[in-house]
Design a protein around this ligand. Structure first.
Ligand code: FAD
Length: 317
């Protein structure tokens, strides 16, 4: 992968997690327990989400700064077009680079549901943000002498809700690659063949960048249903029925972890270059999934899992 050596010269099968900035002091405390647990698994990076409106900019920056200063983790900062002007975005990108961030996930962001118009003059597509990042990078090339910034983008195993066809989604991914994207992370998906189908369509169209499957631990009925509604990706009815029928939390965890591991292993069998786990700021399900996955790094990480994590998993089984 032609990217910043500190971020993307990763293990043969890369491991990464998504976190979101906490919304309260209690959420921050619990997030930091999760971060410490996830850190023991030595991920290649952790991504930090960014509210489309830019409203959580301060908490996102604070989390990224703490990750850089207080942990061994490398942050991948999400950034969106819709809530900021290009000038503001250029400033944010510069600030991120100044604090030591070397990877950005360039996204458009979802348009406000309340009919609020986008910020006047805001960038239209993720592709425009990639180009902006590359321009800022160019201006700061002296600072970045250790290598270029890793720029990731979103990819869609099922059609993006605003896109006319899956073929159009692949065209967009190719356009993002041509504008300077180094890798893609997929939206959640629930059927094993959807990832392989996306990769094969993308490769036929000339997309060569790594496409990392974004996998959500399928252990919470409420969360799976909600995310299905938010993203327009339909969960499997069989999985929903199994989760709904589980009589205990431990049984639900077992069912959800098995389904997640099946999804991730199918992607690895299809040649996935890594696994990106949507953690929802919780470590128990993520660590359970990791324990059961056939990742080469697993041998390294399992032994390092803290007693606390093992106790919390045991308590639920
Ligand atoms: P784009 O690639 O710009 O695509 C948006 C729409 O425009 C698509 O329908 C596409 O087909 C169309 N399009 C794009 N380029 C062109 C073109 N050149 N010509 C014609 N049509 C075009 N949202 C957040 O708000 N914050 C986050 O932190 C966040 N993190 C995410 C992380 C991942 C891994 C993923 C998969 C999604 C994330 N999202 C996040 C959601 C994302 O913002 C939405 O899915 C959004 O609707 C589209 O973003 P995009 O970057 O794919 O946009």
């Amino acid at each position: 992968i032609e990217t910043h050596p500190n971020l993307c010269e990763t293990a043969p099968v890369a491991l990464s997690y998504e976190l979101f900035p906490p919304r309260s002091p209690a959420a921050a405390e619990s997030l930091w327990t999760t971060i410490r647990e996830l850190e023991t698994t030595e991920p290649d990076y952790v991504s930090v989400t960014y509210g489309a409106s830019g409203s959580n900019r301060d908490t996102a920056v604070e989390l990224i700064n703490r990750l850089l200063l207080e942990t061994t983790l490398r942050p991948l900062a999400h950034l969106t077009c819709v809530g900021n002007t290009p000038e503001e975005l250029a400033e944010i990108i510069g600030e991120l680079l100044d604090t030591g961030v070397r990877g950005i996930l360039a996204l458009r962001g979802d348009r406000p549901q309340d009919g609020e118009p986008p910020v006047p003059g805001s960038l239209r597509y993720a592709q425009d943000l990639i180009e902006l990042i590359r321009r800022v990078e160019q201006r700061r090339s002296a600072l970045l002498c250790a290598g270029k910034i890793a720029v990731g983008v979103a990819a869609y195993p099922t059609r993006h809700p605003e896109s006319p066809t899956v073929a159009h989604d692949v065209e967009v991914l190719l356009a993002k690659q041509r504008s300077g994207a180094d890798f893609a992370i997929t939206q959640v998906y629930f059927r094993t063949e959807q990832y392989a189908d996306l990769v094969s369509r993308a490769r036929r169209a000339g997309v060569t960048i790594p496409i990392v499957p974004g996998v959500m631990p399928l252990t919470s009925l409420r969360r799976v249903t909600r995310l299905g509604e938010l993203t327009g990706v339909e969960p499997e009815p069989e999985l929903l029925a199994l989760l709904a029928g589980a009589e205990t939390d431990a049984e639900r965890l077992r069912i959800g972890v098995r389904a997640t591991v099946d999804l991730a292993n199918a992607a690895l069998d299809a040649g996935a270059p890594g696994i990106h786990l949507y953690t929802f700021n919780e470590h128990v399900s993520a660590l359970e999934v990791l324990d059961k996955l056939s990742l080469p790094r697993q041998a390294r990480s399992v032994g390092r899992r803290s007693a606390a994590a093992q106790r919390s998993v045991a308590a639920q089984s």
